[in-house]
Design a protein around this ligand. Structure first.
Ligand code: 5GP
Ligand code: ZN
Length: 113
């Protein structure tokens, strides 16, 4: 883990988050600045800086992030949802621990801003 990583701290329970799912590999928790009626994040417990920080060894883990995000969205009433990973500052990434946004509960527009 990266010592000052806020999402590592959430995954270890060192700082609080409103979790909706947890297993040995993943945690999902509600975003504190929601951009839609449903907005939670799915993260691997393993510290990865973002999509560009993964290797082939992470392929199964990242597939699980995607699958669990869609499952949890449906379980929370948002089967139709937007799954987003921001990769790098220009793309809007502000926390450098890989996370997938799951947004739903309202119509989504395209392209994103
Ligand atoms: P990014 O901009 O890196 O793609 O997304 C980071 C997300 O993490 C933002 O939507 C932000 O609101 C959320 N976030 C940042 N710090 C915390 C926190 O301490 N707790 C929770 N639950 N969400 C956070
Ligand atoms: Zn981390």
């Amino acid at each position: 883990m990266a010592g000052d990583c806020i999402f590592c701290k959430i995954s270890k329970g060192e700082i609080p988050a409103k979790k909706l799912y947890e297993d040995d590999e993943l945690v999902a928790f509600w975003d504190t600045a929601p951009q839609a009626p449903i907005h939670f994040l799915v993260i691997p417990k393993k510290h990865l800086s973002g999509p560009a920080g993964t290797t082939a060894a992470d392929d199964q883990l990242i597939g699980k992030v995607l699958r669990k995000g869609a499952e949890l969205a449906a379980a929370n009433g948002a089967a139709d949802c937007r799954l987003v990973m921001n990769n790098g500052p220009e793309a809007g990434q502000t926390v450098f621990h890989l996370h997938m946004h799951v947004l739903g509960g309202r119509p989504m527009t395209w392209p994103p801003g």
